[in-house]
Design a protein around this ligand. Structure first.
Ligand code: ADP
Length: 539
C-alpha cells in the first residue's frame, strides 16, 4: 500500500483574493456608473475592500452558511461580493434582476436569504419584493445619498478594518448559489463550492478555452447573476486580468462606446446582444467600429454561423461555449483541434458554429430514446448527460428528480445533440423545443441558424405547433433587419438548400421582436403560448 505524499489543503477561492492583491496591485477594475462615467479601482483596492466587506458582514452577525443575496448590475462592488461573502463563510446568492418581483421573492424565500446587497438604482424593484431580509445594504452606485432606512455599502465596509482572518472552511463548503431562470419550469437552486469553483476556473482558463493571459482586458456583458457570469470573474481574479464592467448600460451603442474607451480584447454575452450590435456595425460603419483582434465568448443559446462569419469580417473571433447553470457553467467550447487546422474555410466555420468539444475533468455521454449510449458519428441523436466535480448532483432543497438525474448519478441536461467522430457537439434542440413531424425530428436550431443567415433576417425562432396529420409542424417567427423585408416563399426557397420539402415551415409569423427570457435568450415558451392552441402547450 502506498499513499500520496501530497498535502491536503482545501481548495479555496480566498487564495485568489490574496494573490490578486499582492501580485497584481496595479491592474484595474473599471466600472461604468449610472451616469456613464467610469470609476477605477485596482486589485489592491479589491483585496482591501473585499476583506473589509467580509469583516463587516461578520460584525453584522453573519454566520457560516448564511445566504447573502445580491441584486446588482455588473460592477466592482458585485465582484467584491463574489469573494467577500464567501470569505466571511457566507453564501452569495445572485438574484436575477430581470425576473418579475414575485419570482424574485419566491426565489429569495426558497433560498432563505438573510441579508441583501442591492444597487441604489434597483431600489424601486426591491420595494416590490415581498421578502423579510434582516439587513439591506445599499450600494451607492449612482452617487445619490442612501436612505437612512438602509445601510450604505461604502460606510458599511469602511467601518471595518482590513485586518481580518478568513473564516476556516472545507473545500466542499458552499460559496455561492444561483437559480436556473425557470424558462422550462420552477426555478431550481444550484449551490457551488470552493472546490467546484477552483476546478472549473483552472479548467476553463486553459489556452484552448478562455485562454486569459497577462495584459488581457475583459468586458463581461453576461450579467453577474447569470450562471456566475460564466465563471469569468473567478478567472480574471485568478490571473490578475483587467475587468471592464458595463454597469447598467447594455445597449449596443453604449457597449461600443465602452469598447472604444477601454479597448477590452475579450468580451462575453448571449447571441442576442451581438445580433443587435451587428445591426449597428453594419448599418453605420462610419460611426460604429469594433477594434481588431477582439475575442468574443458567446453562448447560453445556439450561436448562428452567420453571426460568427459577420464578426470575423469585422476582425473579431467568436468562440462558442455550451453549458448551463448546473454545469458551473462551461461544459464545452468550440476550438480547432490540431487535425482540423488545415480544413477549408467552410468546414472551419462549421466547427466554430458547433457547441465545441467537451471540456476536461468532466464525463459526457449521449443517450438515445431507448436509454442506449449513442455512437459519436455525427448522426445519432440523443440527450447529453454529464458528470463531474463542477456539475451539480442535486438541487437546493428539492427532492431528487429522476427526470433530471439518472440512477447512476449523471445530470440529464435536457439538451438534444449529436456528436461527431472528432468530438464536436451539435445541439439540435432542448427536449421541450423538439419538433416531431410525420415521425421524424426537425432541428429548430438548424432551421433558425439558416434563417438568420438570410440577408433580410435579424432574428428567427422556430417552434412546433400541433397538426392533426403530422403530429407537429414547424412555425417560423422572424424579425427583419432595419429597412429589409422578404416573403415566406423566398424564405422557404432559402431553407430548401438544407431542408427537405416536408420539413419547411408552412407558416411564418413576422414579428417586431422575439420575446426574451430573463437571461436574454429567445423565449420559445412565450411564442408557443401565442401561436399554439391554448390546450396544446407542452409541459
Ligand atoms: P435557462 O434554462 O434559463 O436558459 P441556463 O442559462 O442555465 O438557464 O441555460 C442552459 C441552457 O442554455 C442549456 O441547457 C442549453 O439548452 C442552452 N445553451 C447554452 N449554451 C448553448 C449553446 N452554445 N448552444 C445551444 N444551446 C445552448
Amino acid at each position: 500500500m502506498i499513499r500520496s505524499t501530497m498535502q491536503r489543503v482545501p481548495l479555496s477561492i480566498n487564495s485568489l483574493v490574496e494573490r490578486a492583491g499582492k501580485l497584481f496591485p496595479q491592474v484595474e477594475i473599471v466600472s461604468r456608473l449610472p451616469d456613464k462615467s467610469l470609476r477605477r479601482h485596482t486589485f489592491a483596492d479589491f483585496r482591501r475592500r473585499t476583506r473589509q466587506l467580509a469583516a463587516a458582514l461578520l460584525a453584522a452577525g453573519l454566520k457560516k452558511g448564511d445566504r447573502v443575496a445580491t441584486l446588482c448590475w455588473n460592477h466592482h462592488a458585485h465582484l467584491e461580493c463574489y469573494f467577500g461573502i464567501p470569505a466571511a463563510g457566507g453564501v452569495m446568492h445572485t438574484l436575477n434582476l430581470r425576473l418579475a418581483p414575485d419570482e424574485i421573492s419566491w426565489i429569495a424565500e426558497h433560498a432563505q436569504d438573510r441579508f441583501l446587497i442591492v444597487d441604489d438604482i434597483l431600489l424601486p424593484l426591491f420595494r416590490q419584493l415581498k421578502v423579510g431580509f434582516e439587513k439591506v445594504i445599499v450600494v451607492p452606485f449612482s452617487g445619490a445619498p442612501v436612505d437612512s432606512a438602509f445601510l450604505n455599502y461604502e460606510e458599511f465596509i469602511q467601518k471595518s478594518a482590513e485586518a481580518f482572518s478568513y473564516v476556516p472552511h472545507e473545500e466542499d463548503d458552499p460559496i455561492s448559489m444561483c437559480y436556473t431562470s425557470g424558462t422550462t419550469g420552477r426555478p431550481k437552486g444550484v449551490v457551488y463550492s470552493h472546490r467546484s469553483t477552483i476546478i472549473h476556473t483552472l479548467m476553463a482558463n486553459q489556452p484552448d478555452y478562455w485562454g486569459l493571459a497577462a495584459g488581457d482586458s475583459v468586458c463581461p456583458v453576461t450579467p453577474m447573476f447569470h450562471a456566475n457570469c460564466w465563471g469569468i470573474p473567478y478567472g480574471c481574479v485568478m490571473m490578475g486580468i483587467k475587468l471592464v464592467f458595463p454597469g447598467p448600460h447594455l445597449h449596443p451603442e453604449d457597449l461600443l462606446a465602452l469598447f472604444q474607451a477601454e479597448k477590452p480584447n475579450f468580451v462575453l454575452g448571449v447571441p442576442t446582444i451581438w445580433l443587435a450590435m451587428l445591426q449597428l456595425l453594419e448599418n453605420d460603419p462610419a460611426r460604429y467600429k469594433l477594434h481588431a483582434g477582439m475575442k468574443m465568448l458567446v453562448g447560453g443559446a445556439a450561436v448562428p454561423e452567420s453571426l460568427i462569419r459577420s464578426f470575423a469580417k469585422l476582425g473579431a473571433e467568436i468562440r462558442q461555449g455550451w453549458g448551463m447553470t448546473e454545469t458551473s457553467p462551461v461544459a464545452s467550447i468550440a476550438y480547432l483541434k490540431p487535425e482540423l487546422r488545415d480544413v477549408a474555410e467552410d468546414e472551419r466555420y462549421r466547427r466554430f458554429a458547433s457547441a465545441g468539444v467537451p471540456v476536461p475533468v468532466m464525463d459526457l455521454r449521449l443517450i438515445d430514446e431507448n436509454g442506449k449510449e449513442c455512437e459519436w458519428d455525427g448522426a445519432s441523436v440523443g440527450e447529453l448527460q454529464v458528470r463531474g466535480p463542477f456539475i451539480t448532483g442535486s438541487y437546493h432543497n428539492v427532492p431528487q428528480e429522476p427526470e433530471r438525474f439518472t440512477d447512476d448519478g449523471w445530470l440529464r441536461t435536457g439538451d438534444v445533440a449529436s456528436i461527431d467522430a472528432h468530438g464536436y457537439i451539435r445541439i439540435t434542440d432542448r427536449t421541450k423545443d423538439l419538433i416531431k413531424s410525420g415521425g421524424e425530428w426537425i432541428s429548430s436550431v438548424d432551421m433558425e441558424n439558416l434563417l438568420m443567415a438570410h440577408p433580410a433576417v435579424l432574428e428567427a425562432a422556430v417552434i412546433a405547433i400541433p397538426d392533426p396529420k403530422w403530429t407537429e409542424r414547424p412555425l417560423a417567427c422572424v424579425v427583419f433587419k432595419l429597412n429589409k423585408k422578404t416573403t415566406p416563399e423566398e424564405l422557404r426557397a432559402h431553407l430548401s438548400s438544407h431542408f427537405a420539402k416536408w420539413q419547411l415551415p408552412d407558416r411564418f409569423e413576422f414579428l417586431d421582436a422575439i420575446p426574451r427570457t430573463a437571461t436574454g435568450k429567445f423565449w420559445k415558451l412565450k411564442l408557443r403560448e401565442r401561436f399554439r392552441p391554448a390546450a396544446a402547450e407542452k409541459n
